[in-house]
Design a protein around this ligand. Structure first.
Ligand code: ZN
Ligand code: ZN
Length: 420
């Protein structure tokens, strides 16, 4: 049986999520090759985290165990927030209209290095390709796809980690995305990314630890740094794996779902379906649950309050309603009617549902327009009141100056009478 065309997106969800490869071994025939440098780096960091982690929690003195743990937590939070707030929302998705220089400097020279996932430029290029599939449907271009393979295990392994270990074929879209010009500070970070990572992830914790407590301190903070690196990497990778494989409310455009329980990547894990349906939004998630489960938006709101970013983008109420209505229709999972009468009736019901959906969205858009006009009028009224106050002051100034002038004339008259 085939699915009905009730909301007819270009493809139904099952067509969109159909596998394109049977196993990892097929990848080499399609231009993929293992990236030895990245494989060695990721394996070494994981091994170092394991060995130093065992030492930190079984043999290190208690004070140094806590110091290493504090470093781990700080690294984890800074790296996670830098990815969600800066690389993801502000840079890849232009969630605000203006990002100030101090924000670029803070995240490129310092914060984002702690996510240990490649430069901001490279990260944004890959993430743009991940979303591109929602527009053009070429899912072979999505570097983190969780729907390339026929089973969940392969899809999980690929989208979560394996994708990062491969060189991907350089299609036209790949080139365009990776060669896109970014802010000069981002271009600078891309150039010096290796050195910056070596400094903040290795040399800085090692040096600081050594200065604080010799070799014991050096090992403790390096353990915190390695464990923090592994934790922040897996935390962020779950957005590509978990939220595209499992969840409660499917989005319309992609395989992403809303989770409501996965706070891990500081907001990105919970409403990934909402995010794919309206990526430019500075928020991740509509409605109250978005407020409750999206800490990153508080960071953006704080930067906005401080004047460090300006012009927040978000879906309007009628754009949210359009997305929610499309989901409702997509959820119906209707099958082709068997009789002609049933088919005619189905068509009529579909038409009615679509018309009512459009009327609902239009009514909301109308309310929003009226609210906008009312705001403009309020502003005009406030402006008029200010104008009236200025006018009163100006009239008062005229009277005072006139009086002063007449006083001066009077003094002159008296002066000429005395000395005439
Ligand atoms: Zn996604
Ligand atoms: Zn995104």
């Amino acid at each position: 049986m085939t699915k009905s065309t009730v909301t007819q997106q270009e493809l139904s969800a099952s067509e969109r999520d159909a596998p394109i490869y049977n196993s990892f071994s097929e990848l080499s025939d399609h231009g993929f090759s293992l990236a030895p440098g990245i494989c060695v780096f990721i394996a070494s960091v994981h091994l170092a985290a394991l060995v130093l982690g065992i030492w930190l929690y079984s043999a290190a003195p208690s004070a140094w165990m806590w110091a290493g743990t504090a470093w781990l937590v700080a690294h984890f939070l800074l790296g996670s927030l830098s990815t969600t707030l800066y690389s993801h929302r502000l840079i890849t998705h232009n969630a605000v209209k203006h990002v100030s220089l101090p924000v670029h400097l803070f995240f490129n020279v310092f914060g984002q290095i702690f996510s240990v996932q490649g430069s901001v430029r490279r990260w944004s290029a890959n993430h743009a390709l991940h979303h591109g599939v929602d527009r053009h449907g070429k899912k072979e271009l999505d570097p983190y796809s969780a729907t390339w393979f026929p089973d969940s295990l392969r899809n999980f392994l690929w989208s979560h980690t394996l994708t990062h270990l491969y060189n991907h074929p350089e299609s036209e879209e790949y080139q365009r995305s990776h060669n896109a010009k970014r802010h000069p500070v981002i271009m600078w970070q891309d150039r010096w990314y290796g050195l910056l990572t070596t400094f903040w992830i290795f040399f800085f914790p090692m040096g600081l630890g050594y200065a604080m407590g010799g070799f014991l301190g050096m090992f403790a903070l390096t353990a915190g740094s390695m464990l923090g690196t592994v934790a922040v990497q897996h935390n962020t990778w779950t957005v590509n794996s978990v939220t595209h494989l499992w969840g409660f409310t499917p989005g319309v455009k992609s395989s992403a779902t809303n989770n409501y329980i996965w706070l891990g990547p500081l907001g990105e894990g919970n409403h990934h379906g909402d995010h794919h349906d309206f990526p430019r939004d500075f928020r991740n998630g509509f409605g109250l649950s978005g407020w409750l489960l999206d800490p990153t938006r508080y960071g953006i709101l704080a930067l906005n309050a401080l004047g460090l970013v300006r012009g927040l983008n978000s879906a309007s109420k009628h754009e949210e309603a359009e997305i929610i209505a499309q989901r409702k229709l997509a959820e119906l999972n209707l099958f082709k009617p068997i009789t002609r009468e049933a088919a005619v009736l189905r068509e009529q019901l579909e038409k009615t549902a679509l018309t009512l959906k459009n009327e609902w969205v239009e009514a909301l858009a109308h309310v929003e327009k009226l609210k906008q006009q009312s705001k403009l009028l309020e502003r005009a009224r406030a402006g008029r009141e200010e104008l009236m106050r200025d006018m009163e002051l100006a009239q008062h100034a005229v009277a005072k100056r006139k009086e002063a002038f007449y006083d001066a004339v009077e003094r002159l008259r008296k002066h000429s009478e005395v000395y005439a």
